[in-house]
Design a protein around this ligand. Structure first.
Ligand code: TRP
Length: 366
């Protein structure tokens, strides 16, 4: 195998990654059709406002710009870190409801939504791709290592080590060339780029043929990490510090009432010294577009109570149309099913073409 994958130390090279991201962003606006965006989620449950402000809103923006977009629901990948599988289908449908309610529209935009278990051509790439990486490279993946550690797993299944290769299948089967991601997904993207490059070299260019796969780029989110209402860790449903998109206005108000603030009554924006207060201000800012410092100045001596009331109002107002649309879609399960099946059919068409090219360059065509 050529050069071992060097997983970049993202804390050292984050600025460079951001800079590359900015360049793609500029070009995306000018040449949306040059790109195919591939993004996805594991179907682990309902989405919360951290997902919304961190990634969903950006997907809607890209789709509205006319960028061809594939949104995959990683229903196989969810098996690598979740024992429970009884709710996969239910979670998949709830994800689609969240996407559509947020403004994704496969009828009006060039968007395909599908579960990867329904696209055998995608999964089929797994076999040749596994021959292009070493065991050592798989076990050195920093995100995989972190996941094993934080879950305290003693017996790690092989799916845990190989899912980044499957993620490469997700991205490459449709020739995705832009992948909007957070920091934690960058090692997976590096693996994807390496697989694409090794495949292209071995089966294509070394044989005097045209490369089959693009080497996809990361598009880093511009939204700072959204903390949970406890202000101390990332927002996540399992930590009980999240506001779900599907929550009612009353539930939202109750959750925010319990949010952590601090002793100082005078509200100021200081993400380092006052992370809890700063996070609430940031959330208001994401809803209203006003600068966090300006919001803080307006609240001033109003204290934590006024800060929370302001957030409750801003968030409920921002999410009202989404929540109304959500309620409407919940009553139309047939439509949700149709979106997924149509999406899977379109994804398969793309996958069949790619697999044809793959068989060709691998001299397997009969
Ligand atoms: N690993 C991603 C997550 O945990 C989900 C995912 C699967 C994904 N395949 C992908 C993301 C391909 C981007 C591209 O959220």
């Amino acid at each position: 195998m050529s050069e071992e994958i060097q997983y970049t130390d993202i804390n050292k090279s984050f600025e460079a990654a951001l800079e590359r991201s900015r360049k793609i962003e500029e070009d995306l606006i000018k040449n949306p059709k040059k790109y195919r965006v591939l993004t996805g989620d594991r179907p682990t449950g309902l989405l919360h406002i951290g997902h919304y402000f961190g990634s969903l809103q950006n997907r809607v923006r890209l789709a509205n710009m006319g960028v061809p977009t594939m949104i995959l629901i990683a229903d196989y990948q969810v098996l690598t870190d979740h024992d429970a599988f009884d709710k996969i289908s239910q979670n998949t449908k709830q994800l689609v409801i969240d996407y559509l309610a947020a403004g994704i529209n496969p009828e009006k935009q060039d968007v395909i939504i599908y579960p990867h278990s329904y696209v055998p051509e995608c999964n089929q790439l797994m076999i040749p791709f596994l021959t292009l990486v070493s065991n050592a490279e798989l076990s050195r993946n920093p995100t995989v290592k972190e996941e094993i550690e934080s879950a305290g797993l003693k017996n790690v299944n092989a799916g845990m080590y190989t899912y980044p290769v499957h993620q490469a299948c997700d991205i490459l089967f449709c020739k995705g060339n832009v992948v909007p991601v957070g920091k934690d997904q960058l090692p997976h993207l590096e693996m994807t780029r390496t697989i694409a490059s090794r495949f292209n070299k071995k089966f294509c260019t070394d044989m005097g043929k045209e490369p089959v796969f693009p080497e996809p780029q990361a598009l880093l989110s511009k939204t700072p990490m959204i903390l949970g209402l406890d202000g101390s860790q990332k927002m996540s449903k399992s930590r009980g510090n999240a506001v779900m998109l599907s929550a009612t206005e009353d539930e939202t108000a109750k959750l925010i009432k319990k949010a952590k603030t601090d002793q100082d009554r005078n509200i100021t924006y200081d993400p380092v010294k006052r992370p809890e207060v700063a996070n609430l201000l940031m959330l208001i800012s994401l809803c209203t577009g006003e600068e966090p410092t300006a919001i803080a100045a307006r609240i001033g001596d109003g204290g934590g109570g006024m800060l929370k009331n302001t957030l409750t109002e801003a968030l409920n107002e921002k999410l009202r149309p989404l929540r109304q649309e959500r309620a409407r879609l919940e009553k139309d399960p047939e439509y949700i099913r149709k979106v997924l099946l149509d999406g899977a059919a379109k994804a398969r068409e793309i996958g069949i073409k790619t697999l044809e090219e793959v068989r060709n360059v691998m001299n397997m065509k009969i």
